[in-house]
Design a protein around this ligand. Structure first.
Ligand code: MCA
Ligand code: AMP
Length: 505
């Protein structure tokens, strides 16, 4: 009987050379391909001892490490559903994800388990483990004990491998359900489309709790049996130091602007590079040009979202045009449609809609919300405003959804506004994104006081500290008498964006 488990696909491709490195963890431990099975097999045993089986959720909020990757692979092998969380989330935010996904096991960083015990208990999570190596009953300590399991749970293609939470315009996060087949198909397509080579060396500086760093980057490397220079986070100096050993890098636009800000980022540093890929947020055409001038490399921009992995990409061999996101990937059908889902003529603006084997299975326990985002003929409505040229090339020109992307992280204004509106002294608020040289967009709040007491920028920022992850917190807060509204009474965010556009200039 064939097994659609994504792990089996990777395992078939592990290089025969016993010395071949998978994760080359700078400053930490490394992991050879020959050891991946045993390492993930031990974690698999621990998970199984905790009762984790097919379909069980495992929520993970841990720092980037070799062990964290093994834990992900162990979850795949168990047939469990892996749910990674941004390490910046506060206990209050984590509490929501635990309650919503009801995991059998929650794995957190050692040192945070006390702070998180309360929210885990409230959510009814039976088992809280750490991935710490601190001798306190952590998963990693267990690693040394149990004999590794060598099994890989048999799953159907449509069974879930992961749930990734993505915020929503309602302010409530939704869990995008991704199947083994969703992940496998996207990985295989990207592997081919980007001409991945077994001798590629990937420089990996992205976080591993999102599609970009976890799936796009690691899956391509796993399919190639390639070496990954595995950095704990993006730091421009370390990246420049390591780039001469790499052939591929993936990043958000902030990576590229930060590299260009440094004089020691030169063409020579990129001498062994084959491919620079950018995504998760729009790459400015001026960054694309400046990068080519400095290094001779044309960045390959692609476009995707949590619900569908990668959707379009500039070509590997053909023209990589700055400001465009290229063509629908093989197997993906994309159309630009009006508000009723009817395709508009090429060259006209509309919302991008897609179908394909990469498109998710719906939002976890939100059938109504899922139904709202799909057309009757099965197309998923991305919420991104696009134009498609005659030859099918796509340009993203805006967003129909009220979304800010800051340094590649999504921030939904509604969520921030709800938190601000609950603060004492606030009548109402509007949260917008305005141009920010480093993060692309900077989160900015415009707040109307209720007239009782004194409201200050500092007080609002301070009050949000425990409520919201740092990247969601407004970098500036403006106190105003009233918000601009149209005749329907709707807040005119475009007017606000215009008023505050030079805030971070
Ligand atoms: C950190 N801070 C941020 C951000 N990151 N604030 C706003 N936006 C951010 N993205 C906060 C820090 O907590 C800190 O606050 C202050 O800003 C400055 O931090 P800094 O040291 O400069 O930041 P950093 O640690 O260097 O991080 C910046 C970063 C990072 C490297 C751009 O955010 C990052 O790795 N982003 C990648 C996101 C990503 O992988 N997205 C993929 C999503 P304080 O000073 O108070 O401490 S997947 C996706 O979107 C789809 C599927 C797709 O198409 O890929
Ligand atoms: P997420 O919910 O984190 O998966 O973010 C997906 C969103 O990021 C998409 O719907 C787009 O709005 C945006 N995005 C991703 N890649 C690009 C890109 N290359 N250009 C413009 N927007 C992008």
């Amino acid at each position: 009987m064939s097994n659609a488990n994504l792990y089996t696909l990777f395992r078939e491709r592990f290089p025969a050379d016993p010395e071949a490195l998978f994760l080359d963890d700078v400053g930490g431990r490394s992991l050879r391909y020959a050891d991946v099975d045993r390492h993930s097999g031990r974690l698999l045993r621990v998970l199984q001892q905790c009762g984790v089986g097919k379909g069980d959720r495992v929520v993970v909020q841990v720092d980037k490490s070799v062990d964290a990757v093994s834990l992900y692979l162990a979850c795949l092998r168990a047939g469990a559903i892996y749910i990674p969380l941004n390490t910046a989330y506060t206990p209050a935010e984590v509490g929501y994800f635990l309650s919503d996904s009801t995991p059998r096991v929650f794995v957190c960083r050692s040192g945070t388990e006390v702070a998180l015990a309360g929210v885990a208990r409230t959510a009814g999570v039976a088992e809280v483990l750490t991935l710490g190596g601190d001798g306190s009953g952590s998963l990693i300590d267990a690693l040394r004990e149990p004999a590794p399991g060598d099994d890989v749970a048999v799953v159907e293609a449509d069974e879930l491998a992961a749930i990734l939470y993505t915020s929503g315009t309602t302010g409530r996060s939704k869990g995008a359900m991704l199947s083994h087949a969703n992940l496998a198909s996207n990985a295989q397509v990207l592997f081919e489309y980007w001409h991945w080579r077994t001798d590629d060396v990937l420089l990996h500086a992205l976080p591993i709790f999102h599609v970009h760093g976890l799936f796009v980057a690691l899956h391509c490397a796993l399919l190639g049996g390639s070496r990954v220079i595995f950095l704990p986070r993006f730091d421009a100096a370390t990246v420049i130091d390591r780039l001469p050993q790499a052939s591929v890098m993936m990043g958000v636009p902030t990576f590229y602007t930060r590299l260009l800000d440094r004089d020691d980022f030169t063409a020579d540093v990129c001498r062994n590079m084959r491919l620079f890929i950018s995504g998760s947020a729009p790459l400015l055409a001026e960054t694309h040009r400046a990068f080519e001038q400095r290094t001779g490399h044309r960045i390959l921009e692609r476009y995707g979202m949590t619900e569908a992995g990668m959707i379009t990409s500039n070509p590997y061999d053909g023209e990589r045009i700055a400001g465009t996101v290229g063509y629908a990937l093989p197997g993906v059908d994309a159309r630009v449609a009006d508000e009723r889902g009817h395709e508009v003529p090429r060259g006209e603006t509309g919302v991008l809609e897609i179908t394909g084997p990469n498109v998710f299975r719906g939002y976890w326990q939100m059938p109504d919300k899922t139904a709202e985002e799909f057309r009757g003929d099965g197309y998923f409505v991305t919420g991104d405003i696009a134009v498609m040229a005659d030859d099918g090339r796509v340009t993203i020109v805006g967003r129909a959804k009220d979304l800010i992307i800051s340094g590649g992280f999504n921030v939904y204004p509604k969520e921030i506004e709800s938190q601000i509106d609950e603060l004492p002294g606030v009548r109402e608020s509007a949260v917008i994104g305005v141009p920010h040289a480093d993060f692309g967009e900077g989160v900015t709040a415009v707040v109307v006081p209720d007239g009782v007491g004194v409201l200050t920028e500092e007080a609002v920022i301070e009050a949000l500290k425990d409520r919201l992850a740092r990247f969601k917190q407004p970098k500036r807060v403006f106190i105003v008498d009233e918000l601009p509204r149209n005749t329907m009474g709707k807040v005119q965010k475009n007017v606000l964006r215009d008023t505050y556009r030079d805030t971070f200039a």
